[in-house]
Design a binder for this molecule. Structure first.
Ligand code: PLP
Length: 392
């Protein structure tokens, strides 16, 4: 199988697996049982991972990193935790129409509890307009929540500008960096005044079921309500026995991601896009006008349903959108927000590469997609009408 669905999840790095194995086998102590050597060893391993993550993000202090089960939990915690804690300051949250369901669904829950949510629109390039953001910030705004990079198109938001606007206007900024971290140079939290930021290990060759929320504690420490009540883990903010092996894996994975050759991944992605555009007629690359993650390609192939295309290429793992939206028949909310018609959105595939993707796999993918598209179009009355200019 050629695996090109790395925005859904990634293969575990071998070095990461090796670092995790001792904690799945002999070193099984509970990291909170620091009265004995095994517990202390687990505890030290967690502290090491916390340092690796803090260093990778240039956070001021490892104590600003809080472990969660993944980005979805971190986002829920940050949004609900801020909403509850800062209610006396206001009830307004700003986000965008192209966020991940973890953000959109949590905002919908908050809306039911009386919070006001502004969903900023995006342009054809997938970007929000910074002037829209500025004019949406009101007296009662407590939080802006925006993704660093979009999971479907890879489009990168100007998060430094967003962070500066939020700082000037005294509004908190939560950055969903789930797709960004491990797919490009990391975020430098010393230079960008982000207040809250989430990451997820399985997006950068770490294990599934582990993520982290960075909470700025130095400049004007941020107070969040506790999401998971329990023991004193994570300073009492997030109870539950530590998943030591996963935490160790996440620390190793983030440290290794700095070694990735982004240019080489981008070259493979660009070659794939050029070849498909040349060999197939009426192909559009969504978000190509702007900075994108080096590994991501969102391609609309006119009058070829992504579901039909994928069923024709069973040995190539790609996706029709985000993994979290799979199962819904609706066209992608991200592509609709960018102005694509529902028909074009349904004819869009997402191809996402990784450091493991080879030139041979790219060739195999081009060949398979080109053959499948020709076959589908040659049997399609819609395509024939379109070619004759009788259909849009
Ligand atoms: N945010 C974005 C942008 C994502 O792409 C994803 C997962 O695809 C998430 C959040 C949720 O991450 P997790 O799988 O760690 O819950």
């Amino acid at each position: 199988m050629v695996y090109l669905d790395n925005n859904a999840t990634t293969r575990l790095d071998d070095a990461v697996l090796q670092a995790m194995l001792p904690f799945l086998k002999d070193e099984y102590g509970n990291a909170s049982s620091t009265q004995h050597r095994m517990g202390r060893k687990a505890n030290e391993a967690i502290q090491k991972a916390r340092i690796q993550i803090a260093q990778s993000l240039s956070a001021s202090d490892p104590s600003e990193i809080f472990f969660t089960s993944g980005a979805t939990e971190a986002i829920n915690w940050a949004l609900k935790g801020v909403a509850e804690r800062y209610t006396s300051l206001g009830n307004h949250i700003i986000t965008s129409q192209t966020e991940h369901p973890a953000v959109l669904q949590t905002c919908a829950q908050l809306q039911k509890r009386g919070f006001e949510i502004t969903y900023l629109p995006v342009g054809r390039d997938g970007l929000i307009n910074l002037e829209d953001l500025k004019s949406s910030i009101a007296e009662k705004t407590i939080l802006v929540c925006l993704m660093a990079a979009n999971n479907e198109t890879g489009v990168i938001n100007p998060i430094a500008d967003v962070a500066n606007i939020c700082q000037e206007r005294n509004v908190l900024f939560l950055c969903d960096a789930t797709q960004y971290i491990g797919k490009t140079d990391t975020v430098n939290l010393q230079n960008i005044p982000i207040d809250l930021l989430c990451v997820s290990a399985h997006k950068f060759h770490g294990p599934k079921g582990i993520g982290a929320l960075y909470i700025r504690r130095k400049r004007q420490p941020i107070q969040l309500e506790t999401m998971i009540a329990g023991g004193q883990q994570e300073k009492g903010f997030r109870g539950g026995t530590y998943s030591v092996h996963n935490i160790v894996g996440m620390g190793e994975a983030i440290a290794h991601s700095a070694e990735t050759d982004w240019r080489s991944i981008a070259n493979k992605r660009d070659y794939l896009e050029q070849e498909l555009a040349e060999k197939l007629k009426h192909v559009a690359i969504n978000g190509e006008q702007h900075d994108r993650l080096c590994n991501t390609s969102s391609i609309t192939i006119k009058h070829v349903l992504s579901s039909e295309l994928m069923s024709q290429i069973p040995d190539i793992a790609i996706s029709s959108g985000s993994a979290c939206a799979t199962g819904t028949r609706d066209p992608s909310h991200v592509l609709l927000a960018m102005g694509l018609s529902p028909d074009d959105a349904k004819c869009t595939i997402r191809i996402s590469l990784s450091k493991y993707t080879t030139d041979g796999e790219i060739e195999q993918t081009i060949e398979a997609i080109v053959a499948a598209v020709h076959k589908i179009r040659s049997n399609s009355p819609t395509w024939m009408l379109f070619e004759k200019g009788l259909l849009d």
